[in-house]
Design a protein around this ligand. Structure first.
Ligand code: ACM
Ligand code: ZN
Length: 563
C-alpha cells in the first residue's frame, strides 16, 4: 500500500495526515556500503506492505523477482513482480545512464524508481535499496510489522570495472550451496567477479570427462597436516570432493542471476601435484615418488607409495617441486583437452592459468625440458616458463578468451595479451601496466584474507600468518601513483584472495572474509576522494547487524577492537 493511501486513512480518522510524507529522516538511516557517488537524503518514508506493487519490463524479471522476494520475506507477504509501467516500485532501463553498471534510485513517500543502464545497474540499485531496510529484514522471517524506506535520491556507479573475490576450493573443498552463498555476498557488496581456484597440489576439483582420474584420484587426499606448516602430525582423515560439470553450470548460471562473472583457474605449470598424482606421465619424472615433506604424510599415503604407486595428492602446504613437464608434447595436449572442456562451461572472457610458484629444479634435471630450451632457442628455465604460458595463451586466445596469470608470468617475458594479477605486492602490477598490459591488483599486504585480522592472534583461529585488519583493507589504494595517467587505465580493479590451507569450514571462511570484503567493496566501488574511515566504520556497524541477521559468522572482534 502506498503511503498516500495510508495518509488518506489517517485523514478519515482525523489524525496524522501525511505522517510519512513529512517525516524527517535521520542520517543513520542511510548506511550504504559501498558509499554511493552522489546521495541526497530527503524527508518522508515509503511504506512497504502486502499491496505494494513492483513493476517493469520483462527483461527485468530476474531483478524484480529478487526485490519482491526480499521485501515480501521481510513483511511476511508474498509480493510479485509484474510487467507494467505503473507499480509503486518501478524498475526501468535507462540508456541515458552513462556507466554500464550505473544506477539511479529515487525513493519518495509514494513511489520508488530504480533505473539502470541495463539490468546489472538495476540490480545494484536494488542492493542499495536493500541497505535502506532495517538490518533485521535480512532475517526474512516476516517479522517486520511496518517496513519503511527513507526517502532519498542516489546516482551511483563504480570506480573500477573489476571488483573480485577469489576462493581456493582445492586446499579445502566447499559445497555448492556455500559457493552460492559466497556469490550472494559478492553481489550484495556490488562486486562482480568470482575467481574460482579449482586445481592444486592438494586437490583437483572439476570434473573433466576425458580424464576421469583427475577426480577419481586427484580430488582425494589421504590426510592433511595438523596445525601450522610444517605441522605436528597428519590427521589421517581423507579429504575430497569435486564439482561435476552439471554443478559448475548450475553455479555459473546462478552467478549470472546475481550479475557475478565466474573466472575458473586451472593452475599451470606449478601447483599441479593432484593432476600428476592422477596422470604421473605429466611429470618430468613419473617414476619418482611424490615427496613427503617433513615426514608429515599419512600412513595410507606412505603405504601406497611403498606399494609401488609413485604419486599421491599432497597432504601438506607450500610450493612443491613436482610440476608439469614443459618438454613433453603430452603435457600441452592434456592441458588443451582440459581447457577444451572447461572453457565452454564459463561465459567469462577470462581464463586464469595460475603461473605462480613454479620451481624450476625438475626442468633443470629433465632431458626433455632441456631439449625444449635448446630447440626453442630459450636462455633458461624462466624463459621456458614463459614459453609454456605463451603457448597456453595462444590456445586460450584461439578459443576467443583472454589469459590471466599471477605476476610470475612476467618472468622470462609476458605473454602478448596477458592480464596480470599482482599478488607479491604491487611491483608486478606496476611493471605490467608500464608494459601496457591490464592488471588486477591483489597484493598480499592489503587483500590476502587468509591473514590474521587483528593484533590478538591468539584469539583468532589458525591462519597462514601476516596481519591485515579491516582498516588496512579500507586504506588500500589500488591505483599506484607512480603510473602515468595512460598506464593507470590498465588497473582494472582489485580482488581479495582466500586461500584455504587452514580454512576447513564454511563458518571459518565467512569469518575470514567478513567484514574485510565489506571494506574492499568500498575501495573498488566508491570515489577515492570521499574516503573516510570513521564514516565507513559507522556504516559498517549496521552492515555487521545485517550479517548477524543473516546468521553469518563475521569477525566481530575485528570491528570491536576499533571501538
Ligand atoms: C599466490 O598467492 N601464490 C598467488
Ligand atoms: Zn620435463
Amino acid at each position: 500500500m502506498r503511503l498516500s493511501i495510508l495518509a488518506f486513512i489517517c485523514l478519515l480518522t482525523f489524525s496524522c495526515t501525511n505522517k510519512y510524507k513529512e517525516v524527517a529522516n535521520n542520517s543513520t538511516e542511510y548506511p550504504i556500503i559501498p558509499k554511493p557517488v552522489k546521495m541526497e537524503m530527503a524527508s518522508g518514508k515509503f511504506l512497504v506492505d502486502g499491496n505494494t506493487s513492483i513493476s517493469g519490463s520483462a527483461e527485468l524479471t530476474n531483478e524484480g523477482t529478487f526485490l519482491a522476494n526480499i521485501l515480501g520475506a521481510a513483511i511476511g507477504s508474498s509480493l510479485e513482480y509484474s510487467e507494467s509501467t505503473n507499480g509503486d516500485i518501478q524498475l526501468v532501463i535507462d540508456n541515458a545512464i552513462a556507466n554500464e553498471e550505473g544506477y539511479e534510485l529515487d525513493v519518495t513517500y509514494d513511489k520508488i524508481i530504480i533505473k539502470g543502464k541495463n539490468s546489472k545497474g538495476v540490480f545494484y540499485g536494488i542492493q542499495t535499496l536493500r541497505q535502506l531496510l532495517p538490518a533485521s529484514s535480512e532475517k526474512g522471517d516476516g517479522s517486520i510489522a511496518e517496513l519503511t524506506i527513507p526517502a532519498v535520491s542516489i546516482q551511483d556507479s563504480p570506480r573500477y570495472v573489476y571488483r573480485g573475490m577469489h576462493l581456493d576450493v582445492a586446499r579445502h573443498y566447499f559445497p555448492v550451496e556455500f559457493i552460492k552463498q559466497y556469490i550472494d555476498l559478492i553481489a550484495m557488496h556490488k562486486m562482480n567477479t568470482f575467481h574460482w581456484h579449482l586445481t592444486e597440489d592438494q586437490g583437483w576439483r572439476i570434473e573433466i570427462k576425458k580424464y576421469p582420474k583427475l577426480t577419481e584420484i586427484g580430488a582425494n587426499r589421504y590426510g592433511t597436516i595438523v596445525g601450522h606448516h610444517p605441522g605436528t602430525a597428519n590427521d589421517e582423515t581423507p579429504h575430497g570432493g569435486f564439482y561435476t560439470q552439471e554443478e559448475v553450470k548450475d553455479i555459473v548460471a546462478y552467478a549470472a542471476t546475481k550479475h557475478v562473472t565466474v573466472i575458473p583457474e586451472i593452475e599451470l605449470p606449478g601447483h599441479s601435484g593432484a593432476a600428476i598424482a592422477a596422470y604421473p606421465e605429466l611429470s618430468c619424472f613419473p617414476k619418482e615418488s611424490t615427496k613427503i615433506y617433513n615426514d608429515m604424510g599419512s600412513k595410507k599415503g606412505k603405504e601406497i607409495i611403498a606399494g609401488g604407486t609413485n604419486k599421491i595428492v599432497q597432504e601438506t602446504w607450500g610450493v612443491m617441486d613436482d610440476v608439469y613437464c614443459a618438454g613433453k608434447e603430452e603435457t600441452f595436449q592434456f592441458l588443451e583437452d582440459v581447457l577444451a572442456e572447461v572453457i565452454p562451461l564459463f561465459p567469462a572472457v577470462y581464463v586464469h592459468i595460475g603461473g605462480d610458484e613454479c620451481p624450476k629444479g625438475n626442468w633443470e634435471r629433465c632431458a626433455k625440458c632441456q631439449k625444449r630450451i635448446k630447440d626453442e632457442g630459450l636462455h633458461d628455465e624462466h624463459e621456458l616458463q614463459s614459453y609454456f604460458i605463451q603457448r597456453m595463451e595462444k590456445y586460450i586466445n584461439s578459443k576467443g578468451k583472454k589469459l590471466i596469470g599471477w605476476d610470475e608470468i612476467l618472468e622470462g617475458g609476458l605473454a602478448p595479451n596477458a592480464t596480470v594479477m599482482s599478488w607479491r605486492g604491487t611491483k608486478g602490477g606496476i611493471e605490467a601496466a608500464k608494459q601496457r598490459h591490464d592488471v588486477i591488483m591483489t597484493p598480499g599486504h592489503s587483500v590476502y584474507f587468509d591473514h590474521y585480522q587483528s593484533e590478538d592472534k591468539k584469539n583468532e583461529p589458525l591462519a597462514i600468518g601476516g596481519k591485515t585488519t579491516v582498516e588496512d583493507v579500507y586504506n588500500y589504494e589500488p591505483t599506484p601513483e607512480e603510473l602515468s595517467f595512460e598506464e593507470q587505465k590498465h588497473i582494472l580493479g582489485a580482488q581479495a584472495n582466500l586461500w584455504t590451507e587452514y580454512i576447513k569450514t564454511e563458518e571459518y571462511a565467512q569469518f575470514m572474509i567478513l567484514p574485510r570484503m565489506t571494506a574492499l567493496s568500498e575501495v573498488v566501488w566508491s570515489e577515492k576522494d570521499g574516503k573516510d574511515w570513521s564514516d565507513f566504520y559507522t556504516r559498517l556497524q549496521i552492515m555487521a547487524d545485517r550479517f548477524e541477521a543473516m546468521g553469518l559468522n563475521y569477525a566481530k572482534h575485528s570491528i570491536e577492537d576499533k571501538k
